[in-house]
Unconditional design. Sequence first.
Length: 316
Amino acid sequence: MLVAQSVGRGGNGQAKGTKAGVKLTVRLELSEGTLYGPLLQDGRRHESTSLLQQLPVVKGALWIADLGYFALVRLAQLSKAGVYFLMPLKDGVVTWLAGKRVDILEVLQAHAQQEEQEYKIILGAAKQVPCRLFARRASAAQIKRRHEAQDEYARKHGSQVTQRQRDWAQWTLVISNVPACLLSLAEAFVLLRVRGPIELVWKLWKMQGQVDEWQTANVARILCEVYAKLLGVLLQHWLMLLSCWDDPHRSTIGVSEIVRDQVVVLAHGFGGRLSLTQALRLVCEAIGQAAGRSIAGRAARLSTSRLLLVCDDGLT
């Protein structure tokens, strides 16, 4: 499974609410942990223009992305190449159901008594992307958060939230070209949560790696600082691959804290006081023995890793 994500940052690395001066895009292969990127681009450019879009995806892979990567041309190309996709549906896309052009929101509202709905649809005016639509009514808490986000966006941009936007927020809509024999509605919504781990990667890189912070206005120095921090977080990711990637319940935050505690050992390895092989072995042993490297199981709300294991038979 491949998850695509991007993050941007304001021009001075400090001010909030400004247009991003630099944007990073990265693709994470969840089975082996391979990172494609991060690639830097102008923060004003859309995610769809990232160089990652030009990298091929292996036939039979599942590409999971957020709305920033929604493009009918791209989805059509993936389908033609034998690649599966799964992502949220964007409002306003021409949709066909049973040979007729429909308003998908009206279709959902006509069957509002059903908490979950599934349809075979075709997207695009030229009917270029056949796929399945999974719809689930959002919880009251989700609707409240989405409406608050809509209000905040409207406030910042001097616009108004329409009733259609309010109604659209009452549903979680996912599209995929994975056939029914391989993916059920319940499994689709579990896989949608897989975007969470890469969002945690960004949170980690920003919170602990501070890749979105810099102390100068000099463009060249900003780039040097960003690249230096990216080298650090990539090294941290590689240590995770060496030590605990085979643990499905690994805690990205927990492992990163252990790595920080072992920085002195790494410094000795790079400085020659220890062999680099020995230093890496010691760090990996520390990660493997630490209790905080894994997400604790909980009965109330299962983690994404445990939900994936529950439906593993249907996803193989």
